[in-house]
Design a protein around this ligand. Structure first.
Ligand SMILES: [Zn+2]
Length: 286
């Protein structure tokens, strides 16, 4: 019996991959686990009873697993929100301190001779700018400029307004196109990771401030959440959504297989072109 972990449910896939029953309201998303309990391979989509059958669970256990996964996801999102708020609060306090020598908005406004609304507006504006830069760093996909004739690959990588061209050429160990692309992908990833690391300072500042602060409700949780953000930025990965394997879930499903063999039930409508009986018939009408 294969071991699985429940990732959640989805209504994107409505056909059970086990019994192939279609038009279900939704499916349970299961991730196969290897012998060490690590997630491995592609996510499976099963109806509830088939999920139970595949994993050796009762239907009740499947439902409990779904609930747990949903709760975990919600908790992760909540922690992320909390961390975002904590980061913003910290940024604003640091901004007041930098400009007016105090972390307190009211005192800073007094020193600036400005209303608190106007001063906090300016600080928030500065924070949004920083966020936009960080977002650009995590969301922007490399633009690929390829020259097919010479054997090289070039990619323009942009992180928070900083651009860098990554170029990989063949030669040495790189002989085939596939090796060139593998090497280039690796180089682009390395560049992204390195450039994103440059945006880490704001998160690290938040973390050290949180760690230095006296205990308060939610502080430990905020610290953990901020640590995750820092780790992610360090690794150069995109946000993971709780226990969901987003990369696996984004894959098209069910898996499509391409074949050279023409199925017997298709008829040849013109050389090299095949259609079903019905389609062939409707084509003949025109
Ligand atoms: Zn089924």
């Amino acid at each position: 019996m294969k071991a699985y972990k429940v990732l959640g449910t989805t209504d994107d896939v409505t056909t059970c991959e086990l019994c192939l029953k279609p038009e279900l309201k939704g499916t349970v998303v299961l991730m196969p686990l290897d012998d060490d309990g690590n997630e491995g391979g592609e996510a499976c989509y099963f109806g509830t009873s088939c999920a139970a059958k595949a994993a050796g669970w009762t239907v009740k256990e499947v439902r409990a697993g779904v609930k747990r996964a949903t709760d975990e996801k919600r908790e992760a999102e909540r922690a992320e929100r909390e961390a975002a708020w904590a980061a913003e609060r910290e940024f604003l306090a640091a901004w007041y301190e930098e400009h007016y020598g105090t972390r307190d908005l009211h005192e800073a406004a007094e020193r600036a001779g400005m209303s608190t609304v106007r001063l906090s507006g300016e600080a928030i504006h500065a924070y949004r700018e920083l966020q936009r830069a960080a977002e650009a760093a995590s969301v922007e996909e490399p633009e690929v400029m390829e020259a097919p004739v010479t054997q090289h690959r070039e990619t323009l990588v942009r992180v928070a307004g900083v651009e860098r061209v990554v170029r990989t050429e063949d030669g040495g160990k790189i002989r085939t196109t596939k090796q060139l692309e593998t090497a280039h992908t690796k180089a682009v990833k390395a560049a992204l990771v390195e450039m994103r690391r440059a945006n880490l300072d704001a998160y690290k500042l938040t973390l050290s401030t949180l760690e230095a602060a006296p205990w308060s409700p939610g502080r430990d949780r905020d610290i953990e959440a901020t640590k995750r953000i820092v780790r992610r930025a360090e690794r150069g990965t995109l946000t993971s959504h709780g226990t969901y394997d987003v990369a696996a879930m984004r894959k098209p499903h069910p898996p499509v297989r391409f074949t050279e063999t023409v199925p017997e039930y298709l008829v040849e409508v013109e050389p090299g072109h095949y259609a079903t009986d019905e389609a062939a018939e409707s084509l003949a009408l025109f």
